[in-house]
Write a protein that binds this ligand. Structure first.
Ligand SMILES: Nc1ncnc2c1ncn2[C@@H]1O[C@H](COP(=O)(O)OP(=O)(O)O)[C@@H](O)[C@H]1O
Ligand SMILES: [Mg+2]
Ligand SMILES: [Zn+2]
Length: 514
């Protein structure tokens, strides 16, 4: 007999309903149609074993499975469960009564246990949109799906439980998550706080400006100076996630299978710090079954690239486009997917190959040409993506042992939020612009007007430091943010003067300096 079950296919960060038609009739053989990939084909083997270990049998008939719509790729092993259920129902071993009401997804282990799947959150959203009463998923994925309101989410441990549910043999409780409660209770609950960082007032100031204007930062300093420690604390001074941002970030992690068991919602801004040996696919996303990369896992948060010159040049090059577009498109011959990738880039590097150039106590052993070659590893266009360069000098030991608490992240964040409010108003008519770092040349002319004194100051700096026209624009953007932090409508000369300090690593400057 012909029955239907329903599953869901994830594309990018959204999902689409898949109808699985199963017919068993007289004859032998198993036929899958509707563009299923090899993993879906293999699932027939798993289903066969899982059924028999649970006391069921594949019908000794001709089974035809059609997965529709046919023009959509169906990848992976997450269709095991709806296929197995469809086969049993078509053989009249279980009642088809509830099959129209529930979307079903899950991977089967050979003993019939259900393994976690990727993309449960977008699938649940899809189930709701398609008007299903509920969704049946592996237990590990139930909480992420349960953030969708108005949908019954059942987390199951094994095939037998799903059969019992569909046969209405036992009472099952849907998993409930109170989205608002989950969100507001855990919001801004960061473990790492700026109050742990002793001294480094100038670096903290630079990072506050960066957070306020959404500027990318390059930190340069010897090993042990606290670069990693500082970068890790960056998410804690960014404005709190909105519920919408939290959901979008959770979706990406759900699709990547990185959410973790029993997690319902990500409420903290992500901090991702991939090692410098990372491949370009792992960084920006890709693969034959496209998966989000680190830049998308960092969406709405921070991507930290430590030891920047150690990254392969090809890897850094692929970063440039998504840094501009805030989204990455992965194209395959038959389809393409998009993942959001709006993150703040923080990079760190040593000042020279030995690491101790300019160190207060240790001696640098590098020659000037070695230092120049090292710094040149970072291409001009990439360097150009950083509005703020900041040197990190190690804090002397006596200051490290000082017991006084530094300012908390919460306090810094309040100033950041106030500065962002001004920017929201400023860019109200520009839907794609949210903060100063995103201004292009035209908006810089419009919103970063400066008086004669500032003009002279800037011109002198350009000559002295041999700054490029681009560096000039970056100084204007950063001064706009500094003025916003002071709630100053105009950019004043002292804002410009401070912003100039954050260009200390421009190529032209390096030459003079080192
Ligand atoms: N300003 C500081 N305040 C408190 N601890 C610090 C500070 N600077 C460095 N440290 C300590 O030194 C350790 C090493 O710092 P780290 O951030 O790894 O340096 P880097 O990344 O520059 O090599 C930190 O984990 C922290 O314990
Ligand atoms: Mg480090
Ligand atoms: Zn050195």
């Amino acid at each position: 007999m012909l029955v239907r079950t329903y599953g869901s296919a994830v594309y990018g960060i959204n999902a689409q309903k898949i109808t699985i038609e199963v017919d068993s009739s007289r004859g032998v053989g198993f036929y899958l149609v509707g563009l299923p990939d090899s993993a879906v084909r293999e699932s027939f083997q798993r289903i066969d074993v899982a059924l028999s270990t649970n006391g069921y049998k594949l019908p000794g008939k001709k089974i035809v499975v059609n997965m529709a719509p046919a023009d959509i790729r169906k990848e992976g092993s997450a269709y095991d469960l709806p296929l197995a259920i469809g086969i049993l129902a078509s053989d009249e071993r279980i009642s088809p009564q509830l099959l129209e009401d529930y979307m079903i997804m899950g991977e089967l282990a050979l003993d019939g246990q259900l393994r976690p799947i990727r993309g449960a959150l977008p699938m649940a959203i899809n189930a709701k949109e398609e008007g299903f009463r509920g969704i049946i998923l592996p237990s590990a994925n139930a909480r992420e799906a349960a953030v969708v309101k108005g949908l019954e989410v059942y987390g199951m441990d094994n095939l037998q439980q799903v059969i019992d549910f569909l046969e209405q043999r036992a009472d099952f409780e849907p998993v409930r998550v109170d989205l608002e409660k989950e969100f507001f209770q855990n919001l801004d609950n960061y473990e790492a706080d700026f109050s742990d960082v002793k001294g480094q007032e100038n670096v903290k100031r630079a990072l506050e400006i960066a957070a306020a204007g959404g500027h990318n930062v390059l930190m340069i300093g010897p090993p042990g100076s606290g670069k990693t420690m500082l970068a890790k604390r960056m998410p804690s001074i960014l404005p709190p996630l909105t519920l919408e941002e939290a959901l979008e970030t959770t979706k990406i992690h759900s699709v990547a299978g990185r959410l973790g068991t029993n997690v319902s919602l990500l409420t903290r801004r992500p901090f991702r710090s991939p090692h410098h040996t990372i491949s370009d696919v792992a960084l920006v996303g890709g693969g034959s079954y496209p998966q989000p990369g680190e830049i998308s896992l960092a969406h709405n948060g921070v991507l930290f690239l430590d030891e920047l010159p150690e990254f392969k040049r090809s890897v850094l090059e692929v970063l440039r486009q998504p840094l501009e577009d805030r989204v990455i498109t992965i194209s395959r011959s038959k389809f393409s997917v998009e993942y959001p990738a709006s993150f703040m880039l923080i990079a760190a590097m040593n000042p020279c190959p030995c690491g101790y150039y300019n160190h207060p106590e240790k001696e640098c052993v590098c020659t000037p040409s070695q230092i120049r070659r090292y710094l040149n590893k970072i291409s001009g266009p990439l360097l150009d993506r950083f509005d703020i360069h900041i040197e990190v000098i190690p804090v002397p030991f006596k200051d490290l042992s000082d017991n006084r608490q530094s300012e908390s992240s919460r306090k810094i964040r309040q100033r950041v939020i106030a500065a962002r409010k001004i920017q929201q108003k400023r860019f109200a008519q520009y839907p794609s612009i949210h903060y100063n770092a995103q201004m292009g040349a035209k908006l810089i002319r419009k919103f970063c007007k400066i008086d004669d004194t500032s003009q002279q100051l800037l011109r002198a700096a350009v000559e002295r430091l041999q700054l490029s026209a681009r560096a000039y624009d970056r100084i204007l953007k950063v001064s706009r943010t500094i003025a916003d932090l002071e709630q100053s409508p105009d950019i004043e000369p002292h804002h410009i003067a401070e912003a100039i300090q954050y260009r200390s690593l421009d190529k032209e400057t390096w030459g003079n300096k080192y």
